[in-house]
Design a protein. Structure first.
Length: 140
């Protein structure tokens, strides 16, 4: 099994070979792997991906959502060779250009879709991340 650093290089080479430039994503993913190495992680976890994506604290939520989307793509790729890899759920860092985020309907639909795959406890934990004790899909 290759290391995360080797895997991210292979992933970026493959995507660039398909014509994607990946300037921001390339720098970000190399930084993400360095973050994982500092935390002595040998595979991608959702909690570490969220912790990394929400850095630095003074930036806009749109930047956090973009960083998490970079990790999500790499995690999908990595999960083919490392079954321990956790792919961060879509909507963990909801962002909408209109400033309203995801609606109640969008959140409950996402939760219902992913519940059979991840279990309700994971969905509710993800929905309430950073919002106190009230899950975002129930906060209306």
């Amino acid at each position: 099994m290759n290391t995360l650093r080797e895997a991210v290089r292979t992933y970026l080479d493959m995507r660039r070979g398909l014509g994607f430039k990946l300037r921001d994503a390339g720098r970000a993913l190399i930084d993400f792997v360095a973050f994982l190495e500092r935390h002595h992680a040998s595979y991608i976890t959702q909690s570490l991906a969220l912790a990394w994506a929400q850095q630095p604290a003074h930036t806009q939520p749109a930047h956090w959502a973009q960083r998490l989307s970079f990790v999500r793509g790499f995690a999908r790729y990595r999960s083919a060779t490392d079954p321990r890899t956790q792919i961060p759920l879509q909507g963990l860092l909801p962002f909408s250009r209109n400033g309203r985020g995801l609606s109640y309907t969008q959140m409950t639909t996402s939760a219902a879709y992913f519940a059979p795959l991840y279990g309700w406890s994971v969905i509710m934990k993800a929905a309430s991340y950073g919002r106190g004790s009230t899950p975002a899909c129930l906060d209306y």
